[in-house]
Design a protein around this ligand. Structure first.
Ligand code: MG
Length: 390
């Protein structure tokens, strides 16, 4: 007895509100097609992916990494207008590939991409014994039969199960059930209903709560929770020091400040912006400023640190984060910086594309202690919070 997967990926996902077919939507970096194929890999003797003609290229790209290592064969076929039609077409294609009467067919909705390998194994074992098995979970909500918005009756909850996929049955049963449904123009909402209609016994095996069907964007968020994918804000800290030197301009937070001494450095030596960039890179898990903008690189000689800050903003955006809020402390005995803070805030918030309320800049002295107190240089600390984009 062999087992074959019929993976239904022909739905358009219109209810999702996404422009893309939902089976290609990436969750945690993988599409539903990929997740399903991973789940069934090595557990079946062949697979048929049923899809819409317009998705042919994308399906070919998604399935390519799996054949032939994960499946003895992995083929694709065009689906139909309805789920039942897609099952029929895929089933016919599988039969043409040597699927025999006593083999088992596993019909699975691609949108249930969180199905576990353990459940698949259990269903195959049970179907080998019983002929037709479907996964179900006991209804936890009270379910009403309605007519329009009026309640007609309340079925006993204990007798109700919510049905999932894969639905597994013997090939010859499915063949007969499909033929009978076609003859009698019977349209079922799942595969088991066709078997029931044809008089075959169907058994329920315990399904899984996490085996949800991705229908709305809310389901995607639920799937991310099940997969442990979290989009937490991230915090980072930066610290920098530059020494005073003659013949240099003093630039802090992008603002030139009149002073007899400037800060020495490869770039414009904007110590505060450097600290902020390090905080941002740290929060994004991207290392530090020296890694991205080495002082051995001639491109950065004398460059305005605001241009580097702009690039840092883009680096964190590529990582899926944007600036949440930040706090900078500049430590300088002299000059007095308070009069420049509004201009500093305005300058940096413009570069970061944030509102000025998201950035706090402050200055302090060290009561003449340490290198800052001896006016040998200026240091700066910064912390920032990055938030996931969207
Ligand atoms: Mg620096």
């Amino acid at each position: 007895m062999k087992t074959f997967l019929l993976l239904l990926a022909a739905g358009s996902g219109r209810r999702m509100g996404a422009s893309q077919n939902k089976v290609f939507l990436k969750i945690g970096g993988k599409s539903a097609v990929q997740r399903c194929l991973e789940a069934f890999a090595g557990l079946v003797d062949g697979a048929m992916v049923v899809h819409r003609p317009e998705d042919a290229q994308e399906i070919a790209r998604e399935t390519a990494p799996f054949a032939p290592a994960a499946f003895p064969f992995l083929k694709t076929a065009f689906g139909g207008e309805t789920r039942q039609e897609s099952v029929e077409k895929g089933f016919r294609a599988l039969r043409g590939l040597g699927c025999a009467k006593d083999d088992l067919i596993l019909i699975h909705d691609c949108a249930r991409c969180l199905v576990s390998r353990e459940l698949i194994r259990r269903l195959i074992d049970a179907a080998a014994e019983k002929g037709a098995v479907i996964p179900g979970i006991s209804a936890t909500n009270t379910i009403k039969v309605t007519d329009g918005n009026q309640v007609v009756s309340t079925p006993d909850r204990a007798s109700l199960s919510e049905i999932q996929t894969p639905q597994v049955c013997r090939t010859e049963w499915l063949e007969e059930a499909l033929a009978r449904a076609a003859r009698e123009h019977f349209l079922g909402t799942d595969d088991a209903s066709l078997l029931e209609h044809a008089g075959f016994p169907v058994f329920i095996e315990a399904g899984e709560k996490r085996n949800i069907k991705l229908t709305t964007m809310e389901d995607i968020q639920m799937a991310e929770i099940f997969l442990g994918i979290t989009h937490m804000p991230r915090v980072g800290h930066g610290y920098d020091v530059h020494r005073f030197a003659e013949g240099r301009r003093l630039i802090l937070c992008g603002v030139e400040i009149p002073h007899p001494l400037g800060l020495l450095g490869h770039s414009d030596a904007d110590v505060a912006v450097h600290a902020l960039m390090d905080a941002m890179l740290g929060a994004a898990g991207l290392g530090d400023i020296g890694l991205h903008f080495p002082d051995t690189d001639q491109r950065y000689k004398g460059i305005s640190s605001l241009l580097l800050l702009e690039q840092t903003r883009e680096l964190i955006k590529d990582r899926g984060y944007e600036f949440g809020n930040g706090d900078i402390t500049i430590i300088a005995q002299q000059p007095k910086l308070r009069p420049y803070i509004p201009q500093m805030t305005e300058t940096l918030s413009r570069v970061l594309e944030i509102g000025p309320e998201a950035l706090n800049i402050k200055a302090t002295t060290t009561e003449k202690l340490g290198f800052e107190g001896r006016m040998e240089g200026i240091s700066a600390h910064a912390v920032c919070l990055l938030k996931p984009v969207g």
